[in-house]
Design a protein. Structure first.
Ligand SMILES: [Cu+2]
Length: 151
């Protein structure tokens, strides 16, 4: 009986290739009270239609002191968006509202909170460099990394 179930499970996975691929179309990112992401680099498979980032603030500090979010922009836009984020202020989650340079972003989180964001992979262009970062004031210089598109 167990062997039969295993065979069915194998067959199901093989018959629905999208099912197996879907599991690689997301990444879990943890942030902490030491101002760090545990993921330094993200690769997005071009075969993914959508890509999801699950951000968890694994620390204890409140959002006012050690807020973290996950923001995706073109590499060349990161610094300007990070600067404008400070001007946008805490009431906007330290992100300019409806900013076209922002490709995707989660909410600003305090310790123990989590949020996910899903974006269309078709928004990413071949040959373009992308960066992810936290837009809380002062964090982006450390909390950042490249996001790459791979085939
Ligand atoms: Cu942060």
């Amino acid at each position: 009986m167990i062997r039969k179930l295993a065979a069915i499970a194998l067959f199901s996975a093989a018959a629905v290739p999208g099912l197996a691929a879907a599991q690689q179309c997301e990444v879990n990112v943890n942030a902490n009270d030491a101002m760090q992401f545990d993921v330094k680099e993200i690769t997005v498979d071009k075969a993914c239609k959508e890509f999801t980032v699950n951000l968890k603030h694994a620390g204890k500090l409140p959002v006012t002191a050690m807020g973290h979010n996950w923001v995706l922009t073109k590499e060349e836009d990161m610094q300007a968006v990070a600067n404008d984020a400070i001007a946008a202020g805490a009431s906007n989650g330290y992100l300019p509202p409806d900013d076209k340079r922002v490709i995707a972003h989660t909410k600003m989180l305090g310790g123990g909170e989590q949020d996910s964001v899903t974006f269309d992979v078709s928004k990413l262009e071949d040959g373009q460099s992308y960066s992810f970062f936290c837009s809380f004031p002062g964090h982006w210089s450390i909390m950042k990394g490249p996001l790459k598109l791979s085939s």
